[in-house]
Every structure is written in structure tokens, then in C-alpha cells.
Design a protein around this ligand. Structure first.
Ligand code: PEP
Length: 253
């Protein structure tokens, strides 16, 4: 069946020594017990990627993701990081389309389609984020809205590419707000996402793609949310900054 995955998005948090401590604690806990998640992915800020990939190489079940990459492979883009650079550091995954990137850096569905292509060309697996703002949820348009994000950013891909992806459903109104989607709302959206992918690529491909939930997920609510048949784990923000909470979530699958 599908991989059960927990990914921690550290965002712009932790200085170097704090990052070293967090990864050491996570590594110790993952090595010391068998964590229920098939894959535990850590997405630190860019500046710690090399440290993490070197430290975690050969570490069972622990993987590294970047939080973004540029759509071009190289060039005069001051301050940007390319998928080719990530590949050279042995980074396996990249989060693309996080709502904070969409909102604060004006990343459109069209731009994200290019980023997805560039990452896949470099052999890096996108963790593609989608999710609706509160105004859309309040008018019950969330399925149409999220389907549009998927169609515009992913549906140009051939079957063999889309089947490599991880999708993260993150309702914007639940990110960092302490307000979580109910288990029922999460399952309903995950089923809708899978159905939309199946409509284009067929059920066999859609059933292969892990769909993670993100939005104020914590040890106290993770088991209930992860119980949904189409919920294959979580993309965790705030709670991934604490090793005990993050591992507790990875054990809630
Ligand atoms: C996120 O930003 O991807 C996220 C899910 O954040 P939080 O868990 O803090 O809501």
C-alpha cells in the first residue's frame, strides 16, 4: 500500500546549534524505537540542508526535504536555490506550493507547475501543497478550489511523473492557527483529491500517491486525523520543532 509519511516543515526557525540538537534528538528517537511512519522527512531551512543530508545519510527511515526551489536550474537569480543544487546535496524531496510561498512570494499555480517540472527533472520528489483559504471554505467551494490548484500545477505531467509525487492538503485556515480540520473534513478532502487525480490518471495511479494532511496537527489530534482511509500522514509545522511531539505524531499513524 501507500507509504505512511510524516514530514516536518521547520520553516524559518532554529539557529545552527538548535537545528543540530533537534536533528540529534529526532535521530536518537527514530533509531531507538521503530517509528510507525514508513518515512520521516525533515525540511530544515536551506542553510542546514548539507548538515542534515550528511548526518542522516544511511539513517533508516529519515529523509531530507528542502522547503522550496527555483524554477530555473542556474543563473542570475540572487538569493535563490536551484533543484540542481539540492540534488548535489542528495536532498530527496522538496516542498512546493506551501501556502506561505503562495501568499508572501506570489507563487502562482503556473509558476508551481514549472517548479514541479524542474524538481522532477533533477530526480527530486515534490511534496506538492494545496489547500483553500477560509473564505473559500465558508462558501463550500473547497473541492473546486483545490481541484483547480491540482489541475493547473500538476495535470500536464505524464503518468510516470505524477505517480512519484506526494501531495499535502493544507487548509490555510488551519495552518499555524491552532484550528484543525476535523478528521471528517480532512478525509473528505483527501478522498476528493484522490478522485480528481483518478479522473485524469486513473484509480491505479491515484491510489499510489500519498496525501498528507497539514494544519495544526499535534500529538493530541494526529491519530484521529490519520485514521482517514485517504490520509497517509502529515506535513507538520509548529509541532515538528519539538522532537518528542514530532515523533509522537510519527507514531500516530
Ligand atoms: C505547515 O505550515 O505546513 C503546517 C502544517 O503548519 P502547522 O502545523 O504549524 O499548522
Amino acid at each position: 500500500m501507500r507509504d505512511q509519511i510524516v514530514a516536518g516543515n521547520w520553516k524559518m526557525n532554529k539557529d545552527l546549534s538548535q537545528a543540530e540538537n533537534l536533528v540529534a534528538e529526532i535521530q536518537q528517537q527514530v533509531n531507538g524505537q521503530s517509528v510507525k511512519a514508513d518515512k520521516v522527512i525533515l525540511a530544515p531551512p536551506y542553510v542546514y540542508l548539507n548538515y542534515l543530508t550528511e548526518r542522516l545519510s544511511g539513517s533508516n527511515g529519515l529523509h531530507v526535504a528542502a522547503q522550496n526551489c527555483h524554477q530555473e536550474l542556474a543563473g542570475a537569480y540572487t538569493g535563490e536555490i536551484s533543484a540542481a543544487m539540492l540534488k548535489s546535496l542528495a536532498v530527496e524531496y522538496v516542498i512546493l506550493g506551501h501556502s506561505e510561498r503562495r501568499e508572501y512570494f506570489q507563487e502562482s499555480n503556473e509558476l508551481l507547475a514549472r517548479k514541479v517540472d524542474t524538481a522532477l527533472d533533477q530526480g527530486i520528489i515534490p511534496i506538492f501543497c494545496c489547500g483553500e483559504p477560509l473564505s473559500i471554505r465558508e462558501t463550500d467551494q473547497q473541492e473546486t478550489f483545490v481541484n483547480g490548484q491540482l489541475t493547473e500545477s500538476l495535470f500536464h505531467l505524464p503518468q510516470e511523473s505524477i505517480s512519484q509525487l506526494i501531495v499535502a492538503y493544507e487548509p490555510i485556515w488551519a495552518i499555524g492557527t491552532g484550528r484543525t480540520a476535523t478528521a471528517e473534513q480532512a478525509q473528505q478532502m483527501h478522498a476528493s483529491i484522490r478522485q480528481h487525480i483518478a479522473g485524469k490518471y486513473g484509480a491505479q495511479i491515484a491510489n499510489k500517491i500519498p496525501i498528507l494532511y497539514g494544519g495544526s496537527c499535534k500529538p493530541s489530534n494526529a491519530s484521529e486525523i490519520f485514521a482517514g482511509a485517504d490520509v497517509d500522514g502529515g506535513l507538520i509545522g509548529g509541532a515538528s520543532l519539538n522532537a518528542d511531539d514530532f515523533i509522537a505524531i510519527a507514531n500516530s499513524l
